[in-house]
Design a protein around this ligand. Structure first.
Ligand code: B1M
Length: 210
């Protein structure tokens, strides 16, 4: 039986190959994908975050851990999205301008695909104009903005402003999330939905269609 603590420790050391092997082994053993994600991968990433905060780990350490996280999450993706049945609609997702953090965004994308959405991922460092233009071009119904930095969450306010300026505010549900964001910030910028994690983001997105 795979030891999820060992998986978490391998992730913290950035051992992507070992993380992938352990994730695959856990899948083969029939372990629940959500348990592998939460108790193996995310548990490891949380420890990395805490050590980064107190300068016990530095940017290169965090980068290799992030790569290991993404490598493991990729293996879980087909299982996490397997529940998706019919296409619910289109979502444009990205990380706000100035922000390169993409692990949370990738999880939100994965969960939304799991619900049956077609998700157009426009990457990181995305400006308000780019969010709106991509949503118009792809005829999306939801714009999903992620931010991990207090210095980049302000771009979410610009997404709402640009949508109003272009006369398309009522065409899109604007969803926001990421560690520094909360419900009162959502209200202050005039976005439609804030959710604290990827699973609730996918549930909330699906609820807009129902
Ligand atoms: Co950065 N970083 N980082 N970093 N990094 C944080 C965010 C930080 C909190 C670390 C710390 O100080 N404790 C801090 C931000 C402080 C602040 O602004 N308040 C920080 C900093 C300061 C920086 C740099 C400025 C460091 C530097 O260079 N001196 C720099 C900025 C670069 C830039 O973006 N311009 C930087 C760089 C990096 C790396 C490149 C090394 C790497 C990113 C790699 C990558 O993403 N590919 C990195 C990482 C990995 C982190 C930590 C350690 C982990 C983030 C993460 O991926 N968590 C982070 C500390 C921490 O969070 N503990 C930190 C796992 C991920 C699943 O969680 O993204 O929060 P998260 O997503 C969650 C929810 O927030 C939510 O769902 C997910 C869970 O289900 N969610 C949504 C996210 N988006 C959503 C959207 C939604 C709904 C929910 O709807 C649309």
């Amino acid at each position: 039986m795979v030891d999820l603590k060992e998986m978490s420790e391998a992730l913290q050391k950035g051992r992507a190959k070992i993380v992938k092997e352990l994730v695959q082994q856990a899948i083969d053993e029939g372990m629940d994908a959500k348990t592998i994600l939460d108790e193996g991968l995310l548990a490891g990433m949380n420890i990395v975050g805490a050590k980064f905060k107190v300068n016990e780990l530095y940017v290169p350490d965090v980068l290799v851990a992030a790569r290991a996280m993404n490598a493991g999450a990729e293996l879980l993706k087909p299982i996490l999205v397997a529940d998706g049945v019919k296409a619910l609609g289109k979502v444009v997702i990205g990380t706000c301008k100035g922000d390169l953090h993409d692990i949370g965004k990738n999880l939100v994308k994965m969960m939304m695909e799991g619900k049956g959405f077609e998700v157009i991922d426009i990457g990181v460092d995305v400006s308000a104009e780019q969010f709106i233009n991509a949503a118009i071009e792809n005829d999306a119904s939801i714009i999903a903005c992620s931010a991990l930095l207090t210095t980049t969450m302000g771009e979410m306010s610009n997404v709402v402003k640009v949508a109003i300026e272009k006369g398309v505010r009522d065409k899109f549900t604007i969803m926001i999330g990421g560690a520094p964001v909360n419900e009162s910030f959502k209200v202050s910028v005039g976005a439609d939905i804030y959710t604290p994690d990827a699973a609730s983001a996918a549930d909330a997105a699906a609820a807009t269609i129902a």
